[in-house]
Design a protein around this ligand. Structure first.
Ligand code: NI
Length: 167
């Protein structure tokens, strides 16, 4: 396994649309293992393939807290098939180091995807898991958390990032 470099905004790959996975290959499984290692090392609760420069529709999430055993969810070709309610959440993103912003999301989602063996599954999620699924799923379409912010907040985020870079 290897820790991969995380692409940081405004890297153009973050704006690309990822393509569906048509076969679970050893290379794909290696990518997923590397993404997991990269996410845990960061540390973060979610990571989409775009964020390591690979345009496959794959993301991973682990929202277990540090004192809990790891609980890695792998989503291949995910689709959010149902959304319900609203909530706001203070979100971060490994592609926006040092930034956290309040974003409006659906309170509950139902998602269909393939797991790492290629088996379809469906998951209902709420709270942090629902937020993470929506955030990571947007990465696969080249959408980013700043797209949810007004122009003033967006400019502030860009300034925060520039400050972070110059450190
Ligand atoms: Ni993100």
């Amino acid at each position: 396994m290897a820790i991969l470099p995380i692409r940081v905004f405004p890297d153009p790959v973050l704006r690309e649309r990822a393509k569906p996975v048509d076969q679970i290959t050893p290379e794909l499984l290696r990518l997923i293992d590397d993404m997991a290692e990269t996410m845990y090392a960061a540390p973060g609760v979610g990571l989409a393939a775009n964020q390591v420069g690979v345009l496959h529709r794959v993301f991973i999430i682990d929202i277990a807290s540090e004192d809990e055993p790891s609980d890695l969810h792998v989503f291949i070709n995910p689709q959010i098939v149902h959304r319900e309610g609203e909530l706001t959440w203070n979100e971060g993103c490994l592609s926006f180091p040092g930034v956290s912003e309040t974003v409006e999301r659906s309170a509950k989602v139902r998602v269909q995807a393939l797991d790492r063996t290629g088996t379809p599954f469906e998951l209902e999620a709420e709270g942090l898991l629902a937020v993470a699924i929506q955030h990571e799923n947007e990465h696969l379409d080249g959408e980013l958390m700043i797209d949810h912010l007004g122009p003033v907040r967006r400019r502030l985020v860009q300034r925060q990032l520039a400050k972070h870079r110059s450190r």
